[in-house]
Design a protein around this ligand. Structure first.
Ligand SMILES: Nc1ncnc2c1ncn2[C@@H]1O[C@H](COP(=O)(O)OP(=O)(O)OP(=O)(O)O)[C@@H](O)[C@H]1O
Ligand SMILES: [Mg+2]
Length: 259
């Protein structure tokens, strides 16, 4: 199977604190891959390095055959790597539609070279971004809420808006940092359905998640971190029954009945 993402001995040091140590893993294409582990084990830091938000201290990251560990974040986004944030990064005083359009403009040529573009091109582009935003809103089931201010929406809708904004950038590989956190059970079911629909569009998913029902039900492979180091990798069944993972993180509540 083809590898879409690979890290090689990646390390992140924050002035003495080793947040990620010597992390190597691979993610195969057409997969929902999870990264799990206790609080502070380096999961968000790993996504931050892959998406270029933080430079790696050492090691290398590849997207397909392309090394991305030396690239700035906008260039990585343009290759097709998108993300959502654990603490939402929305413009809360703007509407849902406006938030999506900000995401869309980042991918347009004039988003970067605005001063070189004439007004006619700019207007045409605006229309394209708006059309796209409408499609995405429809896809995430939020078309009716497009003119609502984000701050007036329940948390579950805000998280869905964050997913919508990430989809505006046409990712091929999407990183979701704790998509189910803070959602009530019905919001969680809805979010899982939209994630599966997103996967069916051809977008590979990499998620960090503490909700094990979500992880064990939708992910085909799981990587486990503890104190910044990988302690296990495998299928949901392998991970549920891995003694080190049980000790460090899961406890034995997910363990299969031993024959
Ligand atoms: N910008 C930063 N500067 C300094 N230390 C940081 C920074 N970001 C993260 N850390 C530290 O790195 C370690 C790993 O943090 P990280 O946010 O990656 O954990 P996590 O696995 O995502 O945890 P959680 O499940 O709580 O979200 C922690 O000790 C954290 O305090
Ligand atoms: Mg985190």
């Amino acid at each position: 199977m083809k590898t879409i993402l690979r890290t090689e001995n990646v390390v992140k040091n924050f002035s003495g604190l080793v947040a990620v140590r010597d992390l190597s893993f691979e993610m195969a294409e057409r997969n929902i891959h999870a990264l799990i582990g206790p609080n502070g084990s380096g999961k968000t830091t790993t996504i931050n390095m892959i998406t270029g938000a933080f430079p790696v201290t050492s090691g290398r990251i590849f997207y397909g055959d392309t090394e991305i560990s030396t690239m700035p974040t906008h260039q990585i986004a343009r290759l097709g790597i998108g993300r959502t944030f654990q603490n939402l990064k929305l413009f809360t005083s703007m509407t849902v539609m406006e938030n999506l359009m900000v995401g869309g403009h980042q991918m347009m040529p004039s988003g970067i070279l605005r001063f070189l573009i004439d007004p006619a091109t700019s207007r045409k582009e605006e229309k394209q971004v708006e059309e796209k935003a409408k499609q995405v809103l429809d896809f995430i089931g939020m078309y009716d809420l497009k003119d609502e201010k984000v701050s007036s929406l329940p948390y579950g809708r805000q998280k869905m808006t964050e997913l919508g904004r990430a989809l505006m950038m046409d990712p091929k590989l999407l990183f979701l940092d704790e998509p189910a956190a803070g959602l009530n059970p019905s919001e969680r079911v809805e979010f899982v359905n939209i994630m599966l629909k997103t996967f069916d569009l051809g977008i590979d998913l990499f998620l960090i998640e503490h909700n094990m029902d979500v992880v064990m039900n939708i992910c085909s492979r799981i990587t486990v971190l503890n104190f910044g180091a990988k302690i296990a990798e495998g299928t949901p069944d392998e991970i549920k029954n891995n003694d080190e993972v049980i000790k460090a993180y899961l406890g034995n509540r997910y363990q299969s009945e031993k024959a």
